[in-house]
Structure formats: structure tokens, C-alpha cells
Design a binder for this molecule. Structure first.
Ligand SMILES: NC(=O)c1ccc[n+]([C@@H]2O[C@H](COP(=O)([O-])OP(=O)(O)OC[C@H]3O[C@@H](n4cnc5c(N)ncnc54)[C@H](OP(=O)(O)O)[C@@H]3O)[C@@H](O)[C@H]2O)c1
Length: 214
């Protein structure tokens, strides 16, 4: 292979100069997404609820030479989502190329046992957060001229697993939202896609496994 071809392939897979917002980047899958995007040259902003852990991750990323900033945000709260997008708009001069709606959590119970609070909490964290952040980010994604939204769904959105009725329903809603946004926002040059991971070794899976074992 000639040197020219290698360079062209490197450029083809580069995200140099692209801007990205990844929710929940301090642990698990979100952490890997931040590292992958930053490794390809993207300028990334991420969030989580824990300032101390966020600061630790930011230090590590700085040492690795990645361009990553972060701010505390609980994405289940509407006002905090608005603040997060204001921060991203300011950092990225009003243009966002990539929004990764990664945050999600689970409550595992028999379907008869979920409370109204469980439903509100999971819908707010897993579905409403992703929908509202996409709405808020729409002008920034459009302004970039080449926007992409990635939702983190789950294999449980298409298969029935024990104790997962509520979690799976929030993820099923994300799958359909993806289809609608992909159609509605294509005219704005914004793509929408969902990944639906299987079991992935993260702190969330550890918590699920523990709950299912007791
Ligand atoms: N692991 C799996 O097997 C699996 C399989 C399929 C799909 N998924 C999906 O993949 C996504 C990531 O899962 P994961 O396993 O990587 O989870 P995880 O290990 O629990 O990590 C979640 C990340 O999001 C942050 N976070 C959680 N709740 C938040 C909130 N309300 N506001 C802001 N940040 C929040 C966490 O930090 P703080 O807690 O400090 O805020 C952490 O950085 C989720 O949507 C999950 O449903 C996971």
C-alpha cells in the first residue's frame, strides 16, 4: 500500500475538528465512546452527576492528549438539560456535529410491582432526557451542516428479558423516536441512529447482575 493511500484512509476516518456531546461519559459505555471520539480527533464535552469522578476522568483524558471538557448535569432534570446545551453551545460556538444520548439506568422488578415513581424516574432518565436533549440540540446540529444523533438503546428493546418490562419500554420508545427524527430531520442534514447493545461489562451490568442474584 502506498503512503498516499494510508493518509487518505486516515483522513477518511478522522473526526478532527468535529464537536461532540456525550451524556454519561465517566463510566461504562459512555466512557468508551468519549475515548473513541476524542481518539479520532473530535472535541468532546461530557457530563455525569459526580463532580469528583468527572474531574478525575478529565485529568486522565488531558494526560492522553484528548480534547475533552465536562460539566455536572443530571439529565433527568429539565433545567439541567437546558444548562448542558447552553454550555455546549458556548463551548462549540453554536455548532454541534455529534450528540450521543448515552445515559440510561435500570430498575428491575416484576411488571406488577413497578410504582408510579419508578415509571417517572426511568422515563425521565432514559427517554425524556434523550428526547429533550435532541430537541434542544437541534439548532446546533443543524448549524453544523452535518449533524448526527446516536441513541443508546438496548437488546431488551427487541427481546423480552425477566424483570425488564419498564427498562425495555423506555428503550423501545427510543427506537421509535430514532425512526421519526431520522425522517423529520434529514432535511436539516441531521442523521439519527440507535445502537442496541447486548450485555456489556459495566458498572450498570454489575448492578443488574447483583439485583437478579438476590
Ligand atoms: N451495560 C449493558 O449491558 C448495557 C446493555 C444495553 C444497553 N446499555 C445502555 O447503555 C447506556 C450506558 O450504560 P452503562 O452500562 O455504560 O451504564 P453505567 O455503567 O451505569 O454508566 C452510566 C454513565 O452515565 C452517568 N449517569 C447515570 N445517570 C445519569 C444521569 N441521570 N445524569 C447524568 N449522568 C448520568 C454515570 O455517571 P454518574 O452515575 O456519576 O452520574 C455514568 O457515567 C445506558 O443507556 C444503558 O441502558 C447498557
Amino acid at each position: 500500500m502506498t503512503e498516499g493511500k494510508i493518509n487518505s484512509r486516515d483522513e477518511r476516518w478522522s473526526l478532527k475538528g468535529k464537536t461532540a456531546l456525550v451524556t454519561g461519559g465517566t463510566k461504562g459505555i459512555g466512557h468508551a465512546i468519549v475515548e473513541e471520539l476524542a481518539g479520532f480527533g473530535a472535541i468532546v464535552h461530557t457530563c455525569s452527576r459526580n463532580q469528583t469522578e468527572l474531574d478525575q476522568r478529565l485529568d486522565e483524558w488531558k494526560t492522553k492528549g484528548f480534547q475533552v471538557t465536562g460539566s455536572v448535569c443530571d439529565v433527568s432534570h429539565r433545567d439541567q438539560r437546558e444548562k448542558l446545551i447552553e454550555t455546549a453551545a458556548s463551548l462549540f460556538q453554536g455548532k454541534l456535529n455529534i450528540l450521543v444520548n448515552n445515559v440510561g439506568t435500570g430498575i428491575l422488578k416484576n411488571a406488577t410491582e413497578f410504582t408510579a415513581e419508578d415509571v417517572s424516574k426511568l422515563m425521565a432518565t432514559n427517554f425524556e432526557s434523550a428526547y429533550h436533549l435532541s430537541q434542544l440540540a437541534h439548532p446546533l446540529l443543524k448549524a453544523s451542516g452535518n449533524g448526527s444523533i446516536v441513541f443508546n438503546s438496548s437488546i431488551s428493546s427487541v427481546m423480552a428479558f425477566p424483570s425488564c418490562a419498564l427498562y425495555a419500554s423506555t428503550k423501545g420508545a427510543i427506537n421509535q423516536l430514532t425512526r421519526n427524527l431520522a425522517c423529520e430531520w434529514a432535511k436539516d442534514n441531521i442523521r439519527a441512529n440507535t445502537v442496541a447493545p447486548g450485555f456489556t461489562n459495566t458498572p450498570l451490568l454489575d448492578a443488574f447482575t447483583f439485583l437478579l442474584s438476590v
